[in-house]
Design a protein around this ligand. Sequence first.
Ligand code: FES
Length: 197
Amino acid sequence: MNPDDHVCLCFRVSQRKLVNFMEREKPRVASQLSECLGAGTGCQWCVPFLRRLHAQWQRGEMPELPVAPAEYAARRAQYRATGTRPDIEVETESQYHPEEAIPTPMPADSANPVRIPLTQLRRGQRAIVDCSELLDLPEGDRCLLHAMGMHHECEVRVCRSGTPCIVQIDSTRLGISGDVAKKILVTPIDDTPGAKA
Ligand code: FES
């Protein structure tokens, strides 16, 4: 997206306006972005993207969403027509129970790392994503995953296994359909005490 492209399509709030708002108001939580012309208070399609922008800004990064505006708008239209996000959802806080997470030790071999589909991770397990294996996915799915923070060698943590598979990247939680998740290859991180991550 370019700075003047709209992130919140309901209220025509551009990325530039959101960035200026964050610089000016210093919002502590992403939900405060709703005070920027009502962003996120309509159909709520843009809410996970607002969270993403806020997380980037909090880290001192230049907020950006690497997704084509046309693809973004098309997915939002699909979301509005069906009531569900085609492939990517963000879990609500009330659905997430971090105290239930159980790290599972996995064997590590740095010289020959094991790569398995994301769907094979257990709840609480962490892993490093290999985005070079995402080429089988439609471009729209790749762009959306990227926009939501799934970069090459980023760390994910499984909040809920199964379908949809729910993972956390930084402060963002994503629900990924089984069809997409099984094409995402990851290298599990060994959570055994004393092991290298
Ligand atoms: S796109 Fe932002 S609330 Fe609908």
